[in-house]
Design a protein around this ligand. Sequence first.
Ligand code: FAD
Length: 443
Amino acid sequence: SPSIVWFRDDLRLADNPALRAALDRDEPVIALYVLDEESDGVRPLGGAARWWLHHSLASLAERLLERGSRLVLRRGSAAHAVREVVQDAGAGAVFWNRRYGGPESAIDAGLKSDLRAEGVEVASFAGSLLFEPWTVATGSGSHYSVFTPFWRACRALPAPREPLPEPREVPGPERPPASDRLEDWGLLPTGPDWAGGLRDTWEPGEPAARRRLREFLSDDLAEYDRARDEPAAGATSMLSPYLRWGEVSPYTVWHESVGVDGAGGFLTELGWREFAWHTLFHFPDLATKNLRTEFDAFAWPRLKPAHLKAWQRGRTGIPLVDAGMRELWHTGHMHNRVRMVTASFLVKNLLIDWRRGEQWFWDTLVDADAASNPFNWQWVAGSGADAAPYFRIFNPELQAKKFDPHGTYIGEWRGDADLEPIVDLRETRNAALMAYEDVKSAA
Ligand code: FAD
């Protein structure tokens, strides 16, 4: 009886433990992807993510076909769709790599026990994180809320396992179950085609992910620690969407970087990715609720829609903020330093609730994920996991002087140079500090 590999955020063949388990069973392999826009609590993908997913699935399907299997696409509630394919194919086993969000874990746990009760073999594997969240605990058994001790604890655990090789063949069944057509899913923009900048910037899929990793290790890693904060330097890996969609495994990235001179800072960034996901695991409402509950006392003023819109469109009159927002809109990506500055400006200078900004990033980033995006928004807002939870306000003018001293990045993404700033940086900073007094007294 065939084995099903249910692909989710792991759209790759190399280092895919679920796929390896299916191949080891020596039965035909059915590769399945389910577009789930129905299950309770599962967050609908943003526009840029849908674009990426389309191309990533097309690439995966092609690679599977070359190896003997057809990717089966189904749409609907995941639990229902997987069970349907099990029945259609008479499958004897289902394998997947674990997910860590609340609603997703609940779906997977329910499906696992239902299928097992029907005599179907089910197994899940660690493929998306280097350390399983339940293996990292403080001395008193609870989870970490500060990065440095968290990462120290991770590094004290056994090192991440070696990545698994890519299978040369993935033999499919003679008659694969019916599949939707990817083109019919409507993941690509219609009407206005806003994806031109994405196409110019990115090539989704596992082969491109491997190439990017190789180039980064040979050309950029040595300069990473020195130049990673400069948005014009092109010194960071640009691996985030590939990691987000699992087109490259964190185990592969880890093992290929760990021996390289000067890799320490880069590996620590992978640690932040782990920390964000572990935080989501322990706090499933990360995208909607303040991690630090005293922040519930923050009195957000009434939303000024024109301010939100100016921020989204890169028309605030603050050059670094506008450059970042224009880079995001055009490429589906923004440099980390600039993400911090634009987020801080929205929350601290425009006094707009971080959830509005998080939602915009969710819709426009190709790397948007359910953990890193809200985690970092909360970190910037001050409501999140932070070693020194004080009210951090980035000054976008000083940040530009320091990290873009020649104005290269701002020049590249220059907006309308004649715009006047929509707010006064000093006045709004003071207003934010006053509003923060309520949080301090609630703490
Ligand atoms: P590199 O510097 O090369 O880092 C290597 C990898 O480490 C990244 O690809 C990423 O997987 C991970 N990483 C680095 N920094 C962080 C971080 N702070 N938190 C979590 N993982 C990190 N990253 C996302 O992957 N998805 C998001 O939705 C996301 N939203 C963000 C929102 C805000 C407001 C901020 C301030 C940051 C956000 N980040 C997010 C983190 C970071 O900006 C990006 O991971 C980074 O810019 C990606 O570029 P890179 O791959 O070249 O990074």
